[in-house]
Design a protein around this ligand. Structure first.
Ligand code: DGL
Length: 273
């Protein structure tokens, strides 16, 4: 069986990361898994996110993925450490699972000029405090202001963000964040679903506020990681094959694929656990 990079998200959001990985590393085989049947994860408890993420990771391991990117901030915030520290060493010592928070927090402090950074994410990501804690390690002088955006993932999953109600919620969370701290000049889209809303978000931002979207950075760091870890790199086939799997109906997923990824790609429904 061909080895592939596994890319996991609760739903469609991780497609933004898959796209960046493919743009940078077009020959690498990838398997994308969206747990759409159980999305969104953002409001779920720590235990449930841990269990669902672990099930998805083990599923991708069974599909011969030696390395998995949790292309989901919520899973990266809540489940990654447990998987890396308690599951991999005893059960899968030769496999790797990486998240999206670390690559972002290493870099974002260098981008802000004002020293005030906004984090927009799911309730799970915000409550975990992962972003402020991690950014403080790399950029201790930067202030981090968080905003949870509970309606944004459902707006993407249901493709209703262009409707009036959708636009209302996009503006609402942007305004709430900037009211907390008007000096913010950099906003991290700390949820892989949010780049799909990027153009809408930009309309509501004052001039000079930059949006930081993780996809390209995660791809760059992954490429660099594989250059430094040839043992894992050698296990990944380079035939440019991409497989897209979902735990929900593939017809529904394919409608979104046309919108968020690329037309003419077909997903396959799978049972994760
Ligand atoms: N794309 C996920 C993230 O980056 C969305 C989480 C959810 O399902 O609520 O956090």
């Amino acid at each position: 069986m061909d080895g592939s990079i596994g890319i996991f998200d609760s739903g469609y959001g991780g497609l933004t990361v898959l796209k960046s990985i493919q743009d940078l590393m077009p020959t690498y085989n990838c398997i994308y898994l969206g747990d759409n049947a159980r999305a969104p994860y953002g409001e779920r408890s720590f235990e449930v996110i841990n269990q669902y993420t672990l099930e998805a990771v083990e599923f991708l391991f069974s599909k011969n993925c030696p390395l998995i990117i949790l292309a989901c901030n919520t899973s990266s915030a809540k489940a990654l450490r447990n998987i890396q520290q308690n599951i991999l060493p005893s059960n899968y010592p030769n496999k790797k699972v990486l998240g999206v928070i670390r690559p972002t927090t290493e870099e974002v402090g260098n981008i802000s000029i004002s020293g005030y950074i906004g984090i927009m994410g799911t309730a799970g990501t915000v409550v975990s405090n992962s972003y402020p804690l991690e950014i403080a390690k790399f950029s201790p002088n930067v202030s981090v202001i968080q905003q949870s955006c509970p309606m944004w993932v459902p707006l993407v999953e249901n493709n209703t963000f262009m409707e009036e109600g959708g636009q209302y919620y996009i503006q609402k969370y942007v305004d709430e964040l900037l009211e907390k701290e008007p000096r913010i000049d950099t906003i991290v889209l700390a949820c892989t679903h949010y780049p799909i809303l990027k153009h809408s978000i930009e309309q509501f931002l004052p001039k000079g506020v930059k949006l930081f979207d993780q996809g390209d950075l995660v791809a760059l760091k992954l490429n660099d990681y594989l250059k430094r870890h040839s043992k894992i790199d050698n296990l990944i086939s380079k035939n440019g094959k991409v497989e897209i799997l979902t735990s929900e109906s593939s017809e529904k997923f394919d409608d979104h694929l046309n919108l968020f990824y690329e037309a003419n790609h077909q997903s396959k429904k799978v049972q994760i656990s």
